[in-house]
Design a protein around this ligand. Sequence first.
Ligand SMILES: [Cu+2]
Length: 166
Amino acid sequence: VSRIAAAFKPAVLAALLLTGAASALAQTPAAMLVVDAWIAAAPPTARHNAAYLTLKNGPRKDTLLAVSTPVAETAEIHEVSKADGLTRMQRRASIELAPNQELSFAPGGRHIMLINLRQPLPAGTQVPLALKFRHAGTIRVQAEVRPLPVDSLPAHDHHDHEHHAH
Ligand SMILES: [Cu+2]
């Protein structure tokens, strides 16, 4: 019996080591994940649109510094604030993320403003976005243009963007 046990031991040990190595690899946290990137389809005449996504930071604090896309002249980080019954969008030069923070950009709130579109973005289009982070570097994702029924559009639209001072 002890002979069999002795014969099995190295194999079991090797298996444990392999399992350990595999799970260590699987658990290595990404510096930053950018997930669920999408854009709501807008009329082909729209000059601006907004992209939404979720950032999942790794174990280190990081900062979103800039966003760019080939489909628009400029992409800006915008936040929405409400004061005196008015909804305003404000440009943010950057956004800080705490370690392991998850931050959502969603309709009615934070968004990536795509200013002066170079082309219409019909539903189904994949729009490349490049997000530049201080530590994670540049992360490229595809934002899918999703069809939205007109009456489900968020209450805030983007025609007041002419007021932005850059
Ligand atoms: Cu905006």
